[in-house]
Design a protein around this ligand. Structure first.
Ligand SMILES: N[C@@H](CCC(=O)N[C@@H](CS)C(=O)NCC(=O)O)C(=O)O
Length: 227
């Protein structure tokens, strides 16, 4: 049976996993749970199966590959990295991956908090973004990939992380040519390029329907329609 990746019908924490799986040409089921419409945002489609999947810590995303049943997005990426030779070739590379992934997930948590629950803090978050982006830029330096010479699972995580920030603020990488080159390099990998051109590639929504960000997006679309 093909592995199953379960997540909401949006990008958020699953898109980097989808990208890695596409890069490796893994056949899998991209199981997307769709939250109900406002005002209820019914989550029954997920909650009705949440505790039946034999996950130690039931959550989304999850990945089921035979006897392997895991949640936690980074654990899934790391599992896939080890399974498909994208875990870093040296001690130094693996150390860089650890630091980077933990750092990026801290920031992702902040970004999600803003985009879901504290949207009034978005201007402040974006104001502080250049300082944060510079740190990723300096960390990459002139290496081709974030760990060093080898492409690793961390690159898929950081690619998606940067791209989500680009959606929030299209100018945020303007002062970071190394990060722009990294993005171009990853997008040019043939399986990634093919995946991005395919109908199964999701560009939106970034987040779930009940997030403040997506509520704003829908309001903007509705206002444009009225014009
Ligand atoms: N640290 C977890 C966070 C998982 C999480 O918060 N998942 C959210 C979507 S972003 C969810 O709706 N989970 C389903 C649930 O809580 O039942 C990870 O990285 O996977």
């Amino acid at each position: 049976m093909s592995p199953v990746l379960g997540y909401w019908k949006d990008r958020c924490l699953a898109q980097s996993i989808r990208l890695l799986l596409a890069y490796k040409g893994v056949e899998y089921e991209d199981k997307q749970y769709e939250i109900g419409d406002p005002p209820d945002y019914d989550r029954t489609c997920w909650l009705s199966v949440k505790y039946k999947l034999e996950l130690d810590f039931p959550n989304l995303p999850y990945y089921i590959d035979g006897d392997v049943k895991i949640s936690q997005s980074v654990a899934i990426l790391r599992y896939l990295g080890c399974r498909y030779g994208l875990e870093g070739g040296t001690e130094v590379e693996r150390r860089r991956i650890d630091v980077l992934v933990n750092q990026a997930m801290d920031m992702e948590d902040q970004m999600l908090d803003v985009c879901y629950f504290n949207y009034d803090r978005k201007p402040q978050y974006l104001k502080e973004l250049p300082r944060q982006i510079k740190q990723y830029c300096d960390f990459l330096g002139d290496r081709p990939w974030f760990a060093g010479e080898t492409l690793t699972f961390a690159d898929f995580l950081i690619y998606e992380f940067l791209d989500q920030h680009r959606v929030l603020d299209p100018t945020c990488l303007d002062a970071a040519p190394p990060l722009q080159r990294f993005i171009t390099r990853l997008e040019a990998l043939p399986p990634v390029r093919e995946y991005m051109a395919s109908p199964s590639f999701m560009t939106a929504p970034l987040f779930n329907k009940h997030s403040a960000y997506e509520i704003e997006q829908r309001a903007k679309k509705a206002a444009q329609k009225k014009k």
